[in-house]
Structures are given as structure tokens and as C-alpha cells.
Design a binder for this molecule. Structure first.
Ligand code: FAD
Ligand code: UDP
Length: 367
């Protein structure tokens, strides 16, 4: 095998962006991925003519114009705007929390009435500095919204009591006093026409790519394959879990093809009550306004990560962040390895943020 400038471990968005920039700058790159395909978690595949997001629904949204211009070079984006619906015991509420939600909950009609209602509820709780997710949610929207739309969903998603979770998780969700069901506040949003996989393939053009190749097995026989390694797998696994294991949440996806054109009328329906075992049902065709005769739906069942499963969500609580800091200090002692992405940096990155992180990492490399 030849000698490369970079061995990129993982062909997700971080690895693919880094590879694209490296190739453009005249570097040679070998990309390996243990999965049997490229793309990491943004991988999409066609089923019955519908682009199915195999590892969970991915909606591209950003306010970072440079990132938007970059990703738009590889695909045309449609005008999908994410407007999920929450289903609580058969009652349907618009998300994120907005005037439509508040009207359905309390019958309030004006923003002033909604604010008053929330203020009344929050005042009686007397929370000064929210210390955890429960207090953060209660002080933002009050107990009614919390009990119906947050508590059950969050505890299923994270497998932990809301009192034991960091407030930061819920800060992702907008709360607004307008009739606007757009889940995101970002300037740019959409789904790539044709799915995400073609984007990744274009980004990797010019690199050598080996799928079905696990780094730890591969490196034993190819110690001197590259000048530098860009590693986007789990940082704790890289160091043999020497300080112990970081925790992740995983999701089991149960995907079905149904012989009907429209199952739920929306791409994302969240089931916010505790007793329904899944958190949401994705109906993929609605991401691209599909008119196929059949439809494909995926149930999402979150569970704790164990070896052999896919690690999706870093658990950003105090214990894990402190443990990550120890691994990050160890990473500093390895100038031959650059750690990147959701798993390499143990960070709850969205797609745009991971692209931005790859830009930053590459710029640091060439300077
Ligand atoms: P990944 O895509 O995980 O890529 C890492 C790659 O490394 C994988 O392909 C893996 O197989 C490979 N790898 C790991 N270990 C090894 C090894 N030992 N040897 C070889 N290969 C290895 N973001 C949004 O902006 N919008 C959304 O709507 C959105 N929805 C999401 C829904 C879910 C369910 C999840 C989990 C995430 C979502 N995200 C979303 C976040 C988005 O998926 C990430 O920001 C992005 O995919 C991270 O890219 P990455 O390259 O860091 O990691
Ligand atoms: N959340 C909630 N109810 C919902 C949707 C989300 O309480 O109906 C909370 C939950 O804690 C979740 C967080 O908001 O982990 C962030 O939600 P988002 O949809 O951004 O999560 P992701 O798509 O990354 O899984």
C-alpha cells in the first residue's frame, strides 16, 4: 500500500469535509470506515423511491453562510421546513413551543395572554438559577408544557430523570410568541434533493476509500500508512478505554414499508408520553414532498449504548464531561492524530457545526 498524507478514520461529515479540503490542497488521503458504506450518520438510501435516512432523520439547518454555500456546492436543497407535531395521548400540539401550542393548551389567543399564563405558572415555582433540565424547562414554559411535551420525551430520549440532565439540552428548542411552527431559528434550511449519500461521495472524490474496514484491525498491519491520522471514532475507544467508558445514547430504528401513500401527514411526529416506548415516528417521504404510492416509516427507540451498538448521542453530564477532559488531555500528547466530529470530540454537534469544526481543524493543519 502507498504512503498517504492523511489516514481519515470515518467517512461521516467531519471526515468527508476534511478529506475534500485536503484533496483540494493537493494532499493524498486514504479514508476508511468500519461500516459497509460511506456517509456516517447522514447516510441515505432509496427504498420504494423514497430517500430513507437510515440513522435518523437529518434536516440541514444553519445560519453559517460559509457552511451553507459549501454544502450547496454538492447538492441542490429543497424548501422543506421542519414542523414536527407532538402527540400526547392522542392530543396533537405544534412544535416548537409557539402560539399554536399555547392556543391548543390553554385557549389563549394573543401573545400577551400566553405570556401571562406562563408567567403565572412559573412565578409560583420560585426557581432562581435553573440547575438542571427540569428547572430550565419549568422556568421557560411552566409545568403544563413541561408535563405534556417535555418530561416523558426527554426521559425516554436520555434514559435519565430530567433532574439529572444538563439544562443545555433543552436550550436547543425555541420558544416563541408567534404562530410559527418552524422548528429552527436558522437562516438556511432544507433537505438535499437526492439524499445525503451523493454529497459525501462527491466530497470524497480523489481519495482512496475502504469501507468495511475497522481502524483498530487495519492499523496493526499498516502502522506507517500516513503522516497523520484524522480520527472521528470514539475517543475513549482510541485510548483503549484507559480511564473508563464515556456514556452514549443509542437509538434502535424499526423501519417499515407501508402499502399506503400517507401514514401520518407529517415527516416527524414526537410521542411525548412516557408510556409509548418510542420517541418519534419519521415518515421519510414528507421530507421531499413525495407522491409515491407506498410510504416508509421509522420508529425510534432510544437506549443506553453498549459495545456493538452505534453510539449516537454523547451524554453531556458532569461525570462524562470530566472524563472527556481527561481523554482530551491524552489526545494532546498525540500530535500525529487529529480527533474530530461528534465522537472524536464527544460533542452534540449538528451537521453545520461539524462542517465548521472540520474547516477549523483543516485551517489549523495548513497554517
Ligand atoms: P459520524 O457521522 O458518526 O461519522 C463517524 C464515522 O466513523 C462513522 O461512519 C463510523 O462508522 C466511523 N468509525 C467509527 N469508529 C471507527 C473505527 N474504529 N474504524 C473505522 N471507522 C470508524 N444534525 C443536524 O444538523 N440536523 C439533524 O436533523 C440531525 N439529526 C440527527 C438525528 C440523529 C438520530 C443523530 C444521531 C444525529 C443527528 N444530527 C443532526 C447530528 C449529525 O448526525 C452529526 O452532526 C454528524 O453526522 C456528525 O458527523 P461525524 O462525521 O462527526 O460522525
Ligand atoms: N424535546 C422534548 N420534547 C420534544 C422534542 C424535544 O422535550 O417533543 C427535548 C428533548 O430533551 C431533546 C431536546 O429537546 O433531547 C432536543 O431536541 P431535538 O429535537 O433537537 O433533538 P435531536 O433531533 O437532536 O434528537
Amino acid at each position: 500500500m502507498r504512503y498517504y498524507d492523511y489516514l481519515v478514520v470515518g467517512s461521516g461529515l467531519f471526515g468527508a469535509t476534511f478529506t475534500y479540503l485536503a484533496i483540494k490542497n493537493g494532499k493524498s488521503v486514504l479514508v476508511i470506515d468500519k461500516r459497509d458504506h460511506v456517509g456516517g450518520n447522514v447516510y441515505t438510501e432509496a427504498v420504494e423511491g423514497v430517500n430513507v435516512h437510515r440513522y435518523g432523520a437529518h434536516i440541514f439547518h444553519t445560519s453559517d453562510k460559509e457552511v451553507w454555500d459549501f454544502i450547496s456546492r454538492f447538492a441542490e436543497f429543497n424548501n422543506y421546513v421542519n414542523s414536527p407535531v407532538a402527540n400526547y395521548k392522542g392530543e396533537l400540539y405544534n412544535l416548537p413551543f409557539n402560539m399554536n401550542t399555547f392556543n391548543r393548551l390553554w385557549g389563549v389567543v394573543t401573545p400577551e395572554q400566553a405570556r401571562q399564563k406562563i408567567e403565572e405558572q412559573v412565578r409560583s415555582l420560585d426557581i432562581k438559577e435553573p440547575k438542571n433540565l427540569e428547572e430550565q424547562a419549568l422556568s421557560l414554559v411552566g409545568p403544563d408544557v413541561y408535563e405534556k411535551l417535555i418530561k416523558g420525551y426527554t426521559e425516554k430520549q436520555w434514559g435519565r430523570d430530567c433532574k439529572d440532565l444538563p439544562a443545555s439540552i433543552i436550550k436547543r428548542l425555541p420558544c416563541r410568541f408567534t404562530f410559527d411552527n418552524n422548528y429552527f431559528n436558522d437562516r438556511y434550511q432544507g433537505i438535499p434533493i437526492g439524499g445525503y449519500t451523493p454529497i459525501i461521495k462527491k466530497m470524497l472524490a480523489g481519495a482512496d476509500v475502504l469501507t468495511g474496514t475497522d481502524y483498530f484491525r487495519f492499523i496493526k498491519d499498516h502502522q506507517n500508512i500516513a503522516r497523520k491520522t484524522v480520527y472521528t471514532g470514539m475517543i475513549d475507544e482510541f485510548f483503549g478505554f484507559c480511564y473508563g467508558k464515556l456514556q452514549y445514547r443509542t437509538v434502535c430504528f424499526e423501519t417499515k414499508t407501508l402499502d399506503q401513500p400517507n401514514y401520518q401527514g407529517v415527516a416527524v411526529m414526537n410521542y411525548t408520553e412516557r408510556d409509548v416506548p418510542y420517541t418519534r415516528i419519521i415518515e421519510h417521504k414528507h421530507f421531499e414532498f413525495g407522491t409515491q404510492e407506498k410510504t416508509v416509516i421509522s420508529y425510534e427507540y432510544p437506549t443506553e449504548w453498549q459495545e456493538g451498538k452505534e453510539p449516537y448521542y454523547p451524554v453531556g453530564d458532569e461525570r462524562n464531561l470530566a472524563l472527556y477532559d481527561r481523554y482530551a488531555a491524552l489526545a494532546e500528547t498525540r500530535p500525529d492524530v487529529l480527533f474530530g466530529g461528534r465522537l472524536g470530540q464527544y460533542k452534540y454537534y449538528d451537521m453545520d457545526k461539524v462542517i465548521r469544526a472540520a474547516f477549523t481543524a483543516f485551517n489549523k493543519e495548513i497554517n
